[in-house]
Design a protein around this ligand. Sequence first.
Ligand code: IMP
Ligand code: MG
Length: 177
Amino acid sequence: MTDTSLRVLLPAEKIRARVRELGREIDRDYPDGVYLIAILKGAFVFLADLARAISRPARLDFIGISSYGGGKTSSGEVKLTKDVDTSIEGADVLIVEDIVDSGITLSYLVHVLEQRRPRSLRVAALLDKPERRLRPVDVAYVGFRIPDEFVVGYGLDYAEDYRNLPDVCVLESAALK
Ligand code: IMP
Ligand code: MG
């Protein structure tokens, strides 16, 4: 076994309160409703809570992107592994992401989706690590800005583990550094 420990950074209650606030902001900004596109797999928990915090009509879809292999650092290569099921032309699209780190994933996805002529295209991210940014990304709705630490839980994984933790935790491990 490797020597790992988890430190709670954002407890579930704090996340719940912030997601409710984001829902109210989105309600205000999208009176006609919104098309939520969540990035698999990490955003699935955030999407489930955010969608229920929105009272306007909402449609949901999922997109798959891989950029991160099994480890903690980006390969810098991004590819679409699953596309959305329907056209987004003319729709008010909100991309739902778990965390913005280098910005490579989102800048790629924004570029891809813009070519499909949505009426509007914005990003909601639960977490933002601005210190790590390599590509500029305009994130309209940010849950929390966090320091440059590797976090898991609330959908976020390390090598597919920890997604089911209700809190966002810092993964501390001598072996993983
Ligand atoms: P970016 O392309 O570097 O912005 O990376 C974004 C993706 O990397 C996210 O969708 C996450 O899947 C993953 N990621 C970045 N930072 C973390 C982290 O601290 N914990 C877990 N996954 C992360
Ligand atoms: Mg991931």
